[in-house]
Write a protein that binds this ligand. Sequence first.
Ligand SMILES: [Zn+2]
Length: 248
Amino acid sequence: MNDTTEVMILKQTDYRERAALVTVLSKEYGKLTLSAEGVRKLTSKNAGALIPCTKASVTIDYSEGRTMFRLKGARTVKAYRNIHKDLVLSAAAGVLSEIADQMTYTDHDIVSAVHTYTLLEEALDLLENNEKSDTVLALFLSTMMKNAGMSPNVDECVMCGRTNAAAVSVRDGGFLCDRCAAQAGIPPRSVTELKRFRLISKAELKHYPIVKESTERTIEDLAILLEILNRHAGIEIRSFSLYQRVFH
Ligand SMILES: [Zn+2]
């Protein structure tokens, strides 16, 4: 039987001659891999709908217990044209997709897949409207980390519990007080930097309008959150280095 479902395209990799494997996120079925025959031919009528950072409607023959399906048809629902024509925005969207892909497991956990889908849609809409990409990314990641129970501890020193924060420790996953930071050889940060990191770590993407008003650049906070993700979950977001190069 044919099922048509709305998906976010996360990733496309070459597969055999002229074919591609497309990783998608569906609200109904979670994360799926679709094999798309002939998609790399320029004339393929499905190709446009299968570009990463596109919302598409795909037709597959769904059956429970499997996560890979042959794609029978695809149609673009939302193309995010503004993102795709801008270097910084498309690099930012690449980071979003990679985070969504790497932090979603193909284990039929529909609840978390729905959260991620909704969050990704919200973040792409903000980028499409030319909002601040570094803050959108930082809040997207901090919400994803919160949902995964991986938020850094920014309420007290992770080592001794004192509340006078002086530094951020990636290794310990949160704030350190002046004494513990000195002991660990971690350089102190300014009060402004600590406050901003605390705000980013506590806020969610829905707080974007408030955070945007109260912060300037948040790319360093994003970088620290990515380091924590890498250190504590072993997840490395490779597309971030391209984003860092094009971001000003
Ligand atoms: Zn301490």
